[in-house]
Write a protein that binds this ligand. Structure first.
Ligand SMILES: Nc1ncnc2c1ncn2[C@@H]1O[C@H](COP(=O)(O)OP(=O)(O)OP(=O)(O)O)[C@@H](O)[C@H]1O
Ligand SMILES: [Mg+2]
Length: 354
């Protein structure tokens, strides 16, 4: 059953563009063993998430550790199958595609991981890291594969002759550039980036984010960008999806969500991000276990505005103030002063705002 009372979650700005990925009520449930003699428990890592990303746009997914961001990323990257829901990539069904279409779809979406040290095989030269996908998936000859690898290194801001080196000869930021180059070798339409800059120094973060932005405008790429850091999200996103305990609590254009967050959880996340708020709201308590989510609103155990209704009745995602929000009391945040200030923690970067 859909959790969204509104029919569309695509932003007005992207409505005229080609939709590259469209997810409807995506769900992932794990069966978790808790002991030898106990029945397996049901853990809903992702519950009924819907979104679409147009060509050349970035949807950022934010939320605390364990809220289901990576599970969502793995489903969209076709690594893991959803338990329920639909997923369309470049117009085709990506949950159960015909065999002939499967390889094509796998090339259309590529993943960039958080850890630039673990994601490159230390025994492989950069030339084979970049050329292997071409050797496996195309009929290109050796000379052309090598030329494309060198060209891609230049595109990500590295010297073509670095192709002859091994991963240990590079810094973290350079390795992440190589990982991005590898992801682009087969000409994908969508990059799923799971915390791609979280392991890097702040100054290097800004450079890699700028590179991603440049590649997006050059190649018309779409990004599903996963991060727990709203400072980073503010820098790269066009649209934002805020997750809590597997559910979308607020979702819409970045500018609206940062200027006037309507969900108390989004407000708390912004307030706890250095440089983004006056720090008035403190998020208390632990994240509840996903094995025993609270009844009603999933955020009610930590919410300063929770009432009896929030414990009794689960709020649906609904249209309000230009975005979708799942809170019974969201109207009261529509008026008054903006909750977050407009400072930018990554202001050092030269990237123009999307
Ligand atoms: N293969 C699995 N089997 C069982 N439970 C899983 C599995 N993968 C993830 N989970 C659970 O699903 C929930 C969501 O995990 P996920 O890794 O998607 O969160 P996350 O938001 O990416 O967290 P982080 O910010 O720490 O990376 C967690 O409770 C996690 O323990
Ligand atoms: Mg994760």
């Amino acid at each position: 059953m859909s959790e969204t009372s509104a029919t569309s979650v695509t932003s007005a700005t992207s409505a005229t563009n080609e939709i590259v990925v469209e997810a409807r009520d995506l769900q992932r449930v794990y069966s978790v063993r808790r002991g030898l003699f106990k029945a397996p428990a049901r853990l809903q890592a992702v519950g009924n998430i819907s979104f679409s990303i147009a060509k050349g746009r970035t949807l950022a997914v934010v939320g605390e550790s364990g809220c289901g961001k990576s599970t969502l990323a793995r489903m969209v990257a076709l690594i893991e199958k959803p338990t329920a829901g639909s997923l369309r990539l470049v117009g085709a069904d990506a949950v159960d595609p015909p065999q002939a279409r499967r390889r094509e779809l796998r090339q259309a979406v590529q993943l960039v991981f958080q850890n630039p040290y673990g994601s490159l095989n230390p025994r492989k030269k950069i030339s084979s890291v970049l050329e292997d996908p071409l050797a496996i998936n195309t009929t290109l000859g050796r000379a052309e594969r090598s030329a494309r690898a060198r060209d891609m290194l230049a595109r990500v801001g590295l010297r073509p002759e670095y192709a002859n080196r091994y991963p240990h000869m590079f810094s973290g930021g350079q390795r992440q550039r190589i990982a991005i180059a590898r992801a682009l070798m087969l000409g994908p339409r969508l990059l799923v980036a799971d915390e791609p800059v979280s392991a890097l120094d702040v100054s290097i973060q800004a450079q890699v984010l700028n590179l991603l932005a440049d590649l997006q405008s050059e190649l018309g790429l779409s990004y599903l960008f996963i991060s727990h850091d709203l400072g980073v999200v503010r820098h790269i996103a066009h649209e934002v999806l805020v997750m809590y305990l597997g559910h979308a609590v607020e979702q819409g254009p970045k500018s609206l969500i940062f200027e006037r967050p309507l969900h108390p959880y989004t407000q708390a996340l912004l307030a706890s991000t250095p440089g983004l708020s006056s720090g008035r709201i403190v998020l208390k308590g632990e994240l509840p276990s996903p094995l025993a989510p609270p009844p009603g609103c999933v955020f009610n155990t930590r919410c300063a505005h929770a009432t009896e209704r929030c414990v009794a009745e689960r709020p649906l995602l609904r249209q309000l103030g230009g975005r979708l929000v799942a809170c019974h009391h969201a109207e009261k945040f529509l008026e008054g002063a903006p909750v977050a200030s407009a400072d930018l923690s990554l202001a050092a970067s030269k990237r123009p705002q999307p």
